[in-house]
Write a protein that binds this ligand. Structure first.
Ligand code: NAD
Ligand code: 0WE
Length: 266
């Protein structure tokens, strides 16, 4: 008996066994869901197939979210094999590498801004539109992944911060639009985790250490913890929650001046 027994979940964003989407897939599978995974390109296909085997061997489908035809094809394929859908997880984000450092004002281009918003925010709306017909008459749930950089300006996150702000606003508009159909829409705002998307980010180690030192929990979070909260939010246990951004970050977002000389005095 799991809290997602008999649920059918489409999960995007698995690139490796470190992906946040992988933590979500494992948690949902453990709680009884059938899981379909998507892969961005042929290079990732094998790895995603292996991940799929480890969580029940459900459908594995190609999906580059920049391509409308591939989005259509995913939902056509799921309509054929499953006939309905309960859960969609959007765990996709991208901006050009050279716009994730230095001066936001100097380094943000029209093309980079457009791409970051297209891949990281618009695609969640497009997935919702595709899933909507398959969720009729069920308690559907849509979930995306965001980061504190969408609410606060922090070093180097730059154009991704603007895209995450757009994504978080879209969560609220989507929840408002789809609520009457019983479809809930939420986001998990995860603390920093070393994944492929975080590799190559300068000083990521220092960021992890700073976060751990300042967070009330005095540590960083794992993909298992993000997975468990995500599974909960997509289950009937969270039937009253929509339009919400839930922080899974050891409490980091809730404090200021923590871990500085001001901390622990007085
Ligand atoms: P990851 O590299 O494992 O996953 C990112 C995924 O995005 C990959 O699977 C990649 O294939 C996919 N992707 C990129 N462009 C795509 C496209 N055009 N079409 C389809 N897929 C595409 O890294 P992750 O950290 O697990 O990232 C997942 C989500 O979590 C992202 O939205 C990210 O912003 C968010 N997030 C990450 C952290 C962190 O510190 N790692 C913190 C908070 C939020
Ligand atoms: O959302 C993210 C990562 C997003 C991301 C990462 C890359 C690296 C490779 C988007 N696009 C790209 N493009 C690439 O070419 N995170 C929350 C992880 C992350 O990224 C940062 C962070 C954190 C945390 C970038 C700068 C500062 C902090």
């Amino acid at each position: 008996m799991g809290f997602l027994d008999n649920r059918k979940a489409l999960i995007t964003g698995v690139a490796s066994n470190r992906s946040i989407a992988w933590g979500i897939a494992e948690a949902m599978h453990r709680e009884g869901a059938e899981v379909a995974l998507t892969y961005q390109n042929e290079k990732l296909k094998r790895r995603v197939e292996q991940c799929s085997e480890a969580c029940g061997g459900g459908p594995v489908l190609p999906l580059d979210v920049a391509d409308d035809a591939q989005i259509d094809a995913v939902f056509k394929s799921l309509a054929d094999t499953w006939s309905h859908l309960d859960i969609v997880v959007h765990a996709v984000g991208f901006a050009p590498r050279d716009e994730l450092e230095g001066s936001f004002v100097e380094n943000t281009t029209r093309a980079g801004f457009g791409m970051a918003h297209d891949i990281s925010a618009y695609s969640f709306i497009a997935l919702a539109r595709g899933a909507r017909p398959l969720m009729q008459g069920r308690n559907g749930s849509l979930l995306t992944l965001t980061y504190l950089g969408g609410e606060r300006a922090l070093p180097n996150y730059n154009v991704m911060g603007a895209a995450k702000a757009s994504l978080e606003s879209s969560v609220r508009y989507m929840a408002s639009d789809l609520g009457a159909e019983g479809i809930r829409v939420n986001a998990v705002s995860a603390g920093p985790i070393r994944t492929l998307a975080a590799s190559g980010i300068g000083d990521f180690r220092r960021m992890l250490d700073f976060n751990a030192a300042a967070a009330p929990m005095r540590r960083n979070v794992s993909i298992e913890e993000v997975g468990n909260t995500s599974a909960f939010l997509c289950s009937d246990l969270a039937s009253g929650i929509t339009g919400e951004i839930v922080h899974v970050d050891g409490g980091f977002h809730s404090v200021a001046l923590a871990g500085t000389a001001m901390d622990g005095e007085g």
